[in-house]
Design a protein around this ligand. Structure first.
Ligand SMILES: Cc1cc2nc3c(=O)[nH]c(=O)nc-3n(C[C@H](O)[C@H](O)[C@H](O)COP(=O)(O)O)c2cc1C
Length: 189
């Protein structure tokens, strides 16, 4: 299984999450992660050859960063051919505020995946950090379902943010996508 982690990061925080997602993918035996930074030139054929795609970008002005949005629009020639139909898709995002309107970014990614006739995989973790004995160190501390959310304090560099809990949450998404991609693969039948 080749799982592409297709991401943009302006200042490095979301790139750290992408690496964490890739680590999760690698925990699934037989799966390899292909990190694709859409802010750099990349090979579309290599991307299309992937069994699954996990999209990631920061939330800028309440939605996907413009670099990631450009990737979405540039994929339209692939969309015309429905080249990615029936591949697994999932998403993650990161922003400075606890909410920061991150959900809108994940919704955009899910709609994008649907336009490509892809199969959206949710985060698959119960919400953490939402009870009196819960903690900000919990997995899924921001309580997302549609994909993985992370929060990076605005005054901290990528060496310090997002925190470990968010990186671990992102790695769980990578592992889940790789596991489901294996299960649904015609190669597994
Ligand atoms: C142009 C711009 C718009 C932003 N808009 C939001 C926003 O809507 N909500 C939010 O919580 N943070 C917002 N932020 C903060 C970023 O999401 C945050 O710094 C994030 O960690 C950046 O990720 P990156 O280092 O991968 O680029 C914005 C930052 C920039 C530069």
């Amino acid at each position: 299984m080749q799982i592409a982690v297709v991401f943009h990061s302006g200042y490095g925080h979301t790139a750290k999450l992408a690496e964490a997602v890739a680590q999760g993918v690698r925990q699934s035996p037989g799966s390899k992660a292909l990190l694709i930074d859409v802010g750099q030139p990349f090979d579309w054929e290599q991307l299309s050859a992937s069994d699954a795609m996990i999209f990631g970008c920061p939330t800028y002005m309440g939605g996907p960063s413009s670099v990631f949005k450009k990737f979405m629009e540039d994929s339209s020639s692939r969309w015309m051919k429905q080249e990615w139909a029936d591949k697994i898709a999932a998403g993650f995002t990161n922003s400075a505020s606890q909410s920061g309107d991150k959900l809108n970014t994940l919704v955009s990614m899910a709609v994008f995946a649907a336009q490509h006739s892809m199969i959206w995989v949710s985060l698959g973790l119960l919400p953490g950090n939402n009870a009196s004995k819960a903690s900000p160190n919990d997995l899924n501390r921001l309580g997302s379902f549609l994909g993985a959310m992370a929060q990076s304090n605005a005054d901290q560099p990528a060496e310090l943010a997002p925190p470990e809990a968010d990186l671990l949450t992102a790695s769980k998404l990578g592992l889940r996508v790789a596991t489901i991609a294996q299960r649904l693969s015609p190669k597994a039948a």
